[in-house]
Design a protein around this ligand. Structure first.
Ligand code: COA
Length: 195
């Protein structure tokens, strides 16, 4: 049976890992914010990336590339899962091909749990095209997001997103061993199941 596991990263935890892309791959890739109004071309590229990354994984349920483009549209344009946090929603471009090869999408989620009152950031998607996996890109994106959210909290008032929570959450399929290992190595803590 498939189970979603909830993870949380508390801002009191120091990152244990280094931003590997900075050290090794900085000339090959560009990391940039996806921004509030992604172009048609960017949506299409992100959909292609999502399709490629999830194809034949434990999360794949026969979705087509059009489904993936639709999901990107729903997430980034329709804000179905909440407001997008721009500095925590990034894409990685291969400088040689100009293709989007990895991305991370973070939104500000309104809690459904009555005990939580403040919106919190949630990493909705992390994905790297299969050909580019295992080079440290995914880890780098998560570290960038954690650092960006921490700076935002520690720094100025967060007018744009009303970000108040120090906890970053994400949800992952219990069979997704690569992702589970990655999150745990970065200091994410598993939350007890609600049901
Ligand atoms: C999870 C994912 C985003 C990681 O992206 P990535 O760019 O490969 O990440 P990294 O290169 O930073 O690798 C992270 C760790 O996973 C390991 N890893 C990456 N790809 C792997 C693979 N195919 N098999 C085994 N381990 C793998 C790396 O060795 C690394 O571990 P290490 O730090 O101990 O060396 C990527 O595998 C992916 O897109 N998966 C499909 C989508 C998905 O499941 N997203 C998460 C949903 S919650």
């Amino acid at each position: 049976m498939r189970l979603r596991l909830e993870y949380r990263f508390s801002s009191s935890i120091e990152n244990r890992a280094h931003d590997t892309l900075d050290d090794v791959l900085v000339d090959q890739f560009t990391i940039k914010e996806i921004g509030h109004s992604p172009s048609h071309e960017e949506i299409s590229q992100l959909g292609g990336l999502m399709y490629d990354a999830y194809l034949d994984t434990v999360d794949y349920e026969g979705e087509t590339i059009e489904d993936a483009v639709g999901e990107i549209q729903r997430t980034l344009v329709d804000r179905f899962y909440g407001e997008i946090i721009p500095e925590a929603t990034l894409m990685v471009i291969d400088n040689q091909t100009n293709n989007v090869v990895s991305a991370i999408i973070t939104s500000l989620v309104t809690p459904s749990n009555v005990n939580e009152v403040q919106p919190y950031p949630m990493i909705l998607y992390v994905m790297t095209a299969k050909q580019y996996q295992g080079r440290g890109i995914g880890k780098t994106l998560i570290l960038r997001v954690l650092n960006a959210l921490r700076s935002r909290l520690n720094g100025q008032a967060s007018e744009k997103t009303h970000l108040q929570s120090s906890n970053v959450k994400l949800s992952v399929n219990n069979l997704n061993t690569v992702a589970l290992k990655l999150y745990e190595s970065l200091g994410f803590e598993r939350l007890p199941n609600e049901n």
